[in-house]
Design a protein around this ligand. Structure first.
Ligand SMILES: [Zn+2]
Ligand SMILES: [Zn+2]
Length: 157
């Protein structure tokens, strides 16, 4: 993942929410990113698709506004953290694997250097926003991010 990205951006990468209450840093570049067309992303973003970058959780630090962060914690799946002041999507965490974190692409201040590698949950794309024919792999259901990260590490190694 990320092989077509521009030259790496300087680290730490910074980002935050729309109102500025919450700020964060990543000490290393993300592993990769992808499009998600699931129903939950549609509801929580108010639009058809979400872009999320996968990063190692131990590279992530909240630098301001931790007390302003709220989360949607569905019974299954990743926990969706957002700014409780302005509603901006921030990041997502897996209650079953705390080694990885999903950073919402819109939160980065600068280009994080990764480009989308695939589309997931394409079976749920709404009729009013079909999955674009951009040549990327498509998966009807969830993609195992941890497995992809492991493959990316193997490729890099
Ligand atoms: Zn905010
Ligand atoms: Zn989704």
């Amino acid at each position: 993942m990320g092989s077509e990205a521009d030259p790496p951006t300087a680290t730490p990468l910074t980002g935050g929410c729309g109102c500025g209450a919450v700020r964060w840093e990543l000490s290393e570049l993300p592993i990769g990113c992808a499009y998600c067309h699931c129903t939950r992303c549609r509801r929580r973003t108010g639009t058809s698709v979400s872009m999320t970058a996968l990063a190692r959780a131990d590279t992530f630090t909240i630098t301001a506004g931790e007390g302003s962060i709220s989360a949607w914690r569905p019974e299954t799946g990743w926990h969706k953290h957002f700014c409780g002041e302005c509603g901006s999507a921030l990041f997502t965490t897996n209650p079953e694997d705390d080694s990885l974190i999903g950073m919402r692409m819109g939160g980065f201040d600068e280009d994080p250097g990764v480009r989308p590698a695939f589309h997931q949950f394409t079976a749920y794309a709404p009729a009013w926003a079909p999955v674009p024919d951009d040549g990327l792999p498509r998966f009807e259901e969830r993609v195992d991010y941890a497995k992809l990260a492991e493959e990316a590490r193997r490729d890099a190694g």
